[in-house]
Design a protein around this ligand. Structure first.
Ligand code: AMP
Ligand code: MG
Length: 410
């Protein structure tokens, strides 16, 4: 048996060695969740000029030595317009976001002013120099780094890129991943369930996980449990993809054709990884038939067929590989220390990933049935408790958990 760390060492090293290099320029509008492939620096100051953060009056503080000073209002400056230099002894009516006129050194908010008959204002407070002024370059100075290559672009990063005027961004091309399921017992939702059949849930889970990880997914559907069909699916998948992901058929049952098919089309290591759920994991590569840029091989990962096993194994083993392929740090979200509000007296000798959920008391509840076939546990849970081998848990113990939301979206 391999530890998960040993398996990850191989997966991540292989992913890093085949790190994707091709980039494309996309509209900033369409760059959500893509991996940035350039360092973005600002070519301007943000904000580009001093502006007011309040509706009120722009003044020279020297003109307002005390509360109660009356000044004529010489101009009106709505946001988006530029006023004239503030003449000494005058005030300018000004609105949030408007550029502060030259000569003014403070804004008095309108709540502290009284508009008088005949276009004058009484300033009812003594202003301090600089008050309510957002300085030019206060957010970002011209030339400053704004976003770093390798980051996954979250909505706020798109906003930041837009704030420095970037209409397009250079991003990494998406990893191309082909998925198929094996198993003659599998039927598709929408089909009638014949005796002996179950619905193919992994196809949906894995496709969703891959999409959330930023991959371009090619779905090859269900491949019949026959050697030639399996080889044909592998060849087809390898031709146009970086990675082939399958579920089921990697244990050593005689109906499992993936192994001989992989041996014929490429190479395969069958691992027993000391995790629960999980354990059987196949890792290999499929040769590409073509010449030129088509030559080479596609990586292959075969996940266990049990729905919870394939879900968990994807998160702890395939997600790091995908991150490495995209040049991102392979380790996923950090585990956080939490209190267990349950007992787990009979731990497995393998490292366990238990489905847990945050409760109202700030501790963790355990899904009562941790069997690897029960998908309900994956929807009920909001975290995976990472339990070391043979570690019994008693109510009140501190345990390590990773939130599913973070594991899925990074
Ligand atoms: P296998 O790894 O092929 O031996 O499958 C292990 C278990 O997972 C069996 O009970 C299969 O019926 C089930 N299984 C395999 N593939 C899928 C799938 N795509 N969707 C749901 N269950 C599956
Ligand atoms: Mg099977």
């Amino acid at each position: 048996m391999l530890t998960l760390e040993q398996a990850l060492e191989r997966l991540v090293a292989t992913g890093a060695a085949r790190r994707l290099r091709e980039t494309e320029e996309v509209s900033t509008f369409d760059a959500l969740h893509r991996v940035l492939a350039e360092d973005v620096r600002s070519t301007l100051d943000v904000p580009p000029a001093d502006n007011t953060s309040m509706d009120g009056y722009a003044v020279r503080t020297a003109d307002v030595p005390a509360a109660g000073t009356v000044l004529p209002v010489a101009q009106r400056i709505p946001a988006g317009t530029v006023g004239a230099t503030l003449a000494p002894g005058t005030a300018a009516r000004i609105f949030t976001g408007a550029q502060v006129p030259a000569g003014a050194d403070a804004i008095v908010m309108q709540e502290q002013c009284t508009a008088l008959e005949g276009g004058a204002v009484r300033v009812d407070a003594e202003p301090q120099p600089g008050q309510w002024i957002r300085r030019r370059g206060e957010d970002i100075a011209c030339g400053a780094p704004v976003l770093e290559a390798g980051a996954r672009l979250m909505p706020q990063a798109l906003g930041l890129a837009a704030s420095v005027g970037r209409a397009t961004l250079t991003v990494l091309r998406r990893p191309r991943v082909a998925v198929f399921s094996t198993g003659d017992e599998l039927a598709m939702p929408g089909e009638l369930l014949k005796p002996g059949a179950i619905y193919n849930s992994n196809r949906y889970t894995l496709r969703g996980l891959l999409q959330a990880a930023g991959c371009e997914v090619t779905d090859l559907g269900i491949v019949p449990d026959r050697l030639e069909a399996t080889r044909e699916a592998l060849r087809r998948a390898a031709a146009a993809n970086d990675l082939i992901l399958t579920s089921g058929g990697v244990s050593v049952g005689e109906e499992d054709h993936l192994r001989p098919a992989m041996q014929a089309e490429g190479r395969l290591d069958l691992w027993q990884v000391a995790i629960k759920p999980g354990k059987p994991l196949a890792f290999g590569a499929v040769r590409r038939g073509g010449e030129g840029h088509d030559a080479g091989e596609a990586l292959f990962v075969g996940l266990p067929g049990n729905p919870v096993s394939s879900f968990v194994t994807f998160l702890v083993a395939v997600a790091p590989l995908l991150r490495a392929l995209q040049g991102m740090p392979a380790e996923g979200p950090a585990a956080v220390a939490m209190r267990a509000d349950f007992d787990w007296p009979r731990p497995d000798r393998r490292r366990e990933f238990l489905r847990v959920r945050l409760n109202g008391a700030g501790g963790l509840d355990l899904y009562p049935n941790q069997s690897s076939g029960l998908l309900t546990s994956t929807v009920w849970a909001d975290g995976l408790l990472d339990n070391p081998p043979s570690r019994a848990i008693a109510r009140g113990d501190t345990v390590q958990v990773r939130w599913l939301q973070e594991m899925i979206s990074r």
